[in-house]
Design a protein around this ligand. Structure first.
Ligand SMILES: [Fe+2]
Ligand SMILES: [Fe+2]
Length: 254
Protein backbone atom coordinates (compact mmCIF):
# COMPACT_ATOMS: atom_id res chain seq x y z
CA UNK A 1 0.00 0.00 0.00
CA UNK A 2 1.38 3.39 -0.99
CA UNK A 3 0.25 6.54 0.79
CA UNK A 4 0.15 9.36 -1.73
CA UNK A 5 -0.40 13.06 -1.14
CA UNK A 6 -1.42 15.23 -4.06
CA UNK A 7 -1.24 19.00 -3.50
CA UNK A 8 -3.18 21.47 -5.65
CA UNK A 9 -1.74 24.39 -7.63
CA UNK A 10 0.90 26.25 -5.60
CA UNK A 11 0.33 29.98 -6.21
CA UNK A 12 3.20 32.43 -5.83
CA UNK A 13 5.35 33.13 -2.80
CA UNK A 14 2.61 32.56 -0.18
CA UNK A 15 1.85 29.18 -1.75
CA UNK A 16 5.51 28.23 -1.74
CA UNK A 17 5.78 29.42 1.87
CA UNK A 18 2.96 27.24 3.23
CA UNK A 19 4.18 24.25 1.19
CA UNK A 20 7.79 24.69 2.31
CA UNK A 21 6.89 25.15 5.99
CA UNK A 22 4.12 22.59 6.33
CA UNK A 23 4.98 19.65 4.08
CA UNK A 24 8.12 18.62 6.02
CA UNK A 25 6.01 18.28 9.20
CA UNK A 26 3.89 15.53 7.61
CA UNK A 27 6.20 14.20 4.91
CA UNK A 28 6.90 10.91 6.77
CA UNK A 29 3.17 10.10 6.69
CA UNK A 30 3.44 9.67 2.92
CA UNK A 31 5.38 7.47 0.53
CA UNK A 32 4.98 9.77 -2.45
CA UNK A 33 4.09 13.45 -2.88
CA UNK A 34 2.88 15.06 -6.10
CA UNK A 35 2.30 18.79 -6.41
CA UNK A 36 0.90 20.95 -9.20
CA UNK A 37 3.36 23.80 -9.69
CA UNK A 38 1.88 25.68 -12.66
CA UNK A 39 1.45 28.91 -10.63
CA UNK A 40 4.45 28.58 -8.34
CA UNK A 41 6.49 31.41 -9.90
CA UNK A 42 4.46 34.50 -9.02
CA UNK A 43 1.28 32.89 -10.34
CA UNK A 44 2.76 32.29 -13.77
CA UNK A 45 4.52 29.03 -14.50
CA UNK A 46 7.43 27.30 -12.82
CA UNK A 47 11.00 28.59 -12.60
CA UNK A 48 14.10 26.84 -11.30
CA UNK A 49 14.01 28.43 -7.87
CA UNK A 50 10.36 27.58 -7.25
CA UNK A 51 10.84 24.02 -8.52
CA UNK A 52 13.80 23.62 -6.14
CA UNK A 53 11.68 24.89 -3.23
CA UNK A 54 8.93 22.35 -3.92
CA UNK A 55 11.38 19.46 -4.35
CA UNK A 56 13.48 20.37 -1.30
CA UNK A 57 10.31 20.48 0.83
CA UNK A 58 9.58 16.86 -0.11
CA UNK A 59 7.77 16.75 -3.46
CA UNK A 60 8.66 13.75 -5.64
CA UNK A 61 6.85 14.89 -8.79
CA UNK A 62 5.66 18.26 -10.11
CA UNK A 63 2.75 18.53 -12.55
CA UNK A 64 1.75 21.58 -14.59
CA UNK A 65 -1.14 22.85 -16.72
CA UNK A 66 -2.11 25.69 -19.06
CA UNK A 67 0.50 27.95 -17.39
CA UNK A 68 3.32 25.53 -18.30
CA UNK A 69 5.01 27.93 -20.74
CA UNK A 70 4.72 31.19 -18.75
CA UNK A 71 8.32 31.04 -17.52
CA UNK A 72 11.09 30.25 -20.00
CA UNK A 73 13.12 28.32 -17.39
CA UNK A 74 10.55 25.55 -17.73
CA UNK A 75 12.23 24.30 -20.91
CA UNK A 76 15.23 23.12 -18.87
CA UNK A 77 13.02 21.82 -16.06
CA UNK A 78 10.95 19.71 -18.46
CA UNK A 79 14.04 17.66 -19.26
CA UNK A 80 13.74 16.18 -15.77
CA UNK A 81 11.74 12.96 -15.48
CA UNK A 82 9.87 14.13 -12.41
CA UNK A 83 8.56 17.40 -13.90
CA UNK A 84 5.54 16.82 -16.13
CA UNK A 85 3.42 18.97 -18.43
CA UNK A 86 0.04 17.83 -19.82
CA UNK A 87 0.71 14.84 -22.10
CA UNK A 88 -1.78 15.88 -24.75
CA UNK A 89 0.18 18.78 -26.22
CA UNK A 90 0.89 18.15 -29.91
CA UNK A 91 3.58 15.67 -30.89
CA UNK A 92 7.00 17.32 -30.72
CA UNK A 93 6.19 19.71 -27.85
CA UNK A 94 9.10 19.80 -25.35
CA UNK A 95 8.76 17.74 -22.19
CA UNK A 96 6.60 14.75 -21.34
CA UNK A 97 3.36 14.06 -19.52
CA UNK A 98 3.95 10.74 -17.84
CA UNK A 99 6.59 9.06 -15.70
CA UNK A 100 6.84 5.82 -13.73
CA UNK A 101 8.55 5.95 -10.34
CA UNK A 102 9.86 3.10 -8.17
CA UNK A 103 8.61 3.67 -4.65
CA UNK A 104 9.40 1.23 -1.85
CA UNK A 105 9.35 -1.81 -4.12
CA UNK A 106 6.14 -0.74 -5.87
CA UNK A 107 5.53 1.39 -8.92
CA UNK A 108 3.55 4.57 -9.28
CA UNK A 109 2.94 6.27 -12.62
CA UNK A 110 1.92 9.91 -12.71
CA UNK A 111 0.07 11.25 -15.75
CA UNK A 112 -0.66 14.95 -16.28
CA UNK A 113 -3.54 15.61 -18.71
CA UNK A 114 -5.42 18.74 -19.74
CA UNK A 115 -9.08 19.19 -20.60
CA UNK A 116 -10.38 20.98 -23.67
CA UNK A 117 -13.53 22.76 -22.48
CA UNK A 118 -12.95 26.53 -22.00
CA UNK A 119 -9.19 26.04 -22.46
CA UNK A 120 -6.95 26.20 -25.52
CA UNK A 121 -7.90 22.76 -26.89
CA UNK A 122 -5.07 20.26 -27.04
CA UNK A 123 -5.22 16.72 -28.45
CA UNK A 124 -8.10 14.59 -27.15
CA UNK A 125 -7.13 13.49 -23.61
CA UNK A 126 -9.64 10.61 -23.66
CA UNK A 127 -8.26 8.70 -26.65
CA UNK A 128 -4.74 9.82 -25.78
CA UNK A 129 -4.75 8.36 -22.30
CA UNK A 130 -6.00 5.01 -23.64
CA UNK A 131 -2.72 4.75 -25.51
CA UNK A 132 -0.67 5.64 -22.43
CA UNK A 133 -2.50 3.09 -20.27
CA UNK A 134 -1.81 0.32 -22.79
CA UNK A 135 1.85 0.34 -21.71
CA UNK A 136 3.20 -2.36 -19.42
CA UNK A 137 4.53 -2.03 -15.88
CA UNK A 138 2.79 1.18 -14.82
CA UNK A 139 1.91 0.01 -11.30
CA UNK A 140 -0.61 2.30 -9.61
CA UNK A 141 -1.52 5.21 -11.88
CA UNK A 142 -2.35 8.69 -10.63
CA UNK A 143 -3.81 11.30 -13.00
CA UNK A 144 -3.77 15.08 -12.49
CA UNK A 145 -6.54 16.24 -14.84
CA UNK A 146 -6.07 19.96 -15.38
CA UNK A 147 -9.41 21.23 -16.62
CA UNK A 148 -12.07 23.89 -16.17
CA UNK A 149 -15.44 22.17 -16.64
CA UNK A 150 -16.69 19.93 -13.82
CA UNK A 151 -18.58 17.88 -16.43
CA UNK A 152 -15.44 17.10 -18.43
CA UNK A 153 -13.54 16.28 -15.24
CA UNK A 154 -16.21 13.95 -13.85
CA UNK A 155 -16.56 12.24 -17.23
CA UNK A 156 -12.79 11.71 -17.31
CA UNK A 157 -12.97 10.16 -13.83
CA UNK A 158 -15.63 7.64 -14.87
CA UNK A 159 -13.85 7.03 -18.19
CA UNK A 160 -10.80 5.92 -16.18
CA UNK A 161 -12.68 4.17 -13.35
CA UNK A 162 -11.11 0.80 -12.61
CA UNK A 163 -8.13 1.52 -14.90
CA UNK A 164 -6.19 3.94 -12.68
CA UNK A 165 -5.80 4.33 -8.92
CA UNK A 166 -6.65 8.02 -8.75
CA UNK A 167 -7.94 10.98 -10.75
CA UNK A 168 -7.79 14.39 -9.10
CA UNK A 169 -8.53 17.61 -10.94
CA UNK A 170 -6.69 20.92 -10.84
CA UNK A 171 -6.92 24.37 -12.46
CA UNK A 172 -10.01 25.94 -10.84
CA UNK A 173 -8.11 26.50 -7.55
CA UNK A 174 -11.32 25.73 -5.62
CA UNK A 175 -11.52 22.38 -3.76
CA UNK A 176 -14.62 20.32 -4.45
CA UNK A 177 -16.51 18.21 -1.88
CA UNK A 178 -17.07 15.16 -4.11
CA UNK A 179 -14.15 13.11 -2.77
CA UNK A 180 -14.95 9.41 -3.24
CA UNK A 181 -13.96 6.04 -4.60
CA UNK A 182 -15.78 5.43 -7.90
CA UNK A 183 -17.62 2.08 -8.37
CA UNK A 184 -14.68 0.26 -9.98
CA UNK A 185 -12.05 1.42 -7.51
CA UNK A 186 -10.62 4.76 -8.71
CA UNK A 187 -10.17 7.50 -6.11
CA UNK A 188 -11.68 10.72 -7.44
CA UNK A 189 -12.05 14.42 -6.63
CA UNK A 190 -13.04 17.02 -9.24
CA UNK A 191 -10.58 19.65 -7.98
CA UNK A 192 -7.91 19.58 -5.30
CA UNK A 193 -8.08 23.33 -4.73
CA UNK A 194 -5.00 25.52 -4.59
CA UNK A 195 -2.13 26.22 -2.25
CA UNK A 196 -2.05 29.97 -1.81
CA UNK A 197 -3.65 32.89 -0.01
CA UNK A 198 -7.08 32.08 1.41
CA UNK A 199 -8.55 35.56 0.99
CA UNK A 200 -7.80 35.88 -2.72
CA UNK A 201 -9.42 35.34 -6.09
CA UNK A 202 -7.75 32.09 -7.20
CA UNK A 203 -4.47 33.34 -5.67
CA UNK A 204 -4.56 36.96 -6.85
CA UNK A 205 -5.35 40.05 -4.78
CA UNK A 206 -9.11 40.61 -5.30
CA UNK A 207 -8.85 44.20 -6.61
CA UNK A 208 -7.37 43.11 -9.95
CA UNK A 209 -10.04 40.53 -10.83
CA UNK A 210 -12.80 42.81 -9.51
CA UNK A 211 -11.59 45.66 -11.75
CA UNK A 212 -11.58 43.29 -14.70
CA UNK A 213 -15.19 42.31 -14.12
CA UNK A 214 -16.47 45.79 -13.23
CA UNK A 215 -14.60 48.10 -15.57
CA UNK A 216 -13.56 45.78 -18.41
CA UNK A 217 -10.15 47.48 -18.45
CA UNK A 218 -7.18 45.09 -18.39
CA UNK A 219 -5.13 45.47 -15.20
CA UNK A 220 -2.15 43.53 -13.97
CA UNK A 221 -3.08 41.06 -11.24
CA UNK A 222 -0.84 40.82 -8.20
CA UNK A 223 -0.38 37.85 -5.87
CA UNK A 224 -2.55 38.24 -2.77
CA UNK A 225 -0.93 38.62 0.64
CA UNK A 226 -2.06 37.06 3.92
CA UNK A 227 -2.72 33.68 5.46
CA UNK A 228 -2.13 30.85 3.01
CA UNK A 229 -3.82 27.49 2.81
CA UNK A 230 -2.54 24.17 1.49
CA UNK A 231 -5.18 22.07 -0.25
CA UNK A 232 -4.63 18.49 -1.28
CA UNK A 233 -5.94 14.97 -1.47
CA UNK A 234 -4.63 11.86 0.31
CA UNK A 235 -4.94 8.52 -1.48
CA UNK A 236 -3.94 5.05 -0.29
CA UNK A 237 -3.31 2.94 -3.38
CA UNK A 238 -2.32 -0.65 -4.09
CA UNK A 239 -2.41 -2.74 -7.29
CA UNK A 240 -3.80 0.24 -9.21
CA UNK A 241 -6.83 0.56 -6.92
CA UNK A 242 -7.67 3.21 -4.34
CA UNK A 243 -8.45 1.91 -0.86
CA UNK A 244 -8.89 5.23 0.89
CA UNK A 245 -9.26 8.85 -0.20
CA UNK A 246 -9.75 12.03 1.80
CA UNK A 247 -9.30 15.76 1.37
CA UNK A 248 -6.42 17.44 3.14
CA UNK A 249 -6.43 21.10 4.15
CA UNK A 250 -4.06 23.12 6.28
CA UNK A 251 -4.38 26.83 7.01
CA UNK A 252 -1.50 28.93 8.33
CA UNK A 253 -1.95 30.35 11.79
CA UNK A 254 -2.41 34.08 12.28
FE1 LIG B 1 -3.56 26.86 -11.55
FE1 LIG C 1 -4.49 26.16 -14.84
Amino acid sequence: MLRVLFVGDVYGKPGRRVFKNHLPTLRDQFDFVIVNGENAAGGFGLNKESARTLLDAGADCITLGNHTWDNREVYDLLQENHILRPFNYPLGTPGHGMHTFDVKGERITVINAMGRVWLDPLDDPFTGINQLLAREGLGSVFVDFHAEATSEKTAFGFFLDGRVAGVVGTHTHIPTADTRILPKGTGYQTDAGMTGVLNSVIGAAPDGPIAKFVEKIPVRWSTAEGIAQLNGVVLHVENNQCHHIERYQYTEEQ
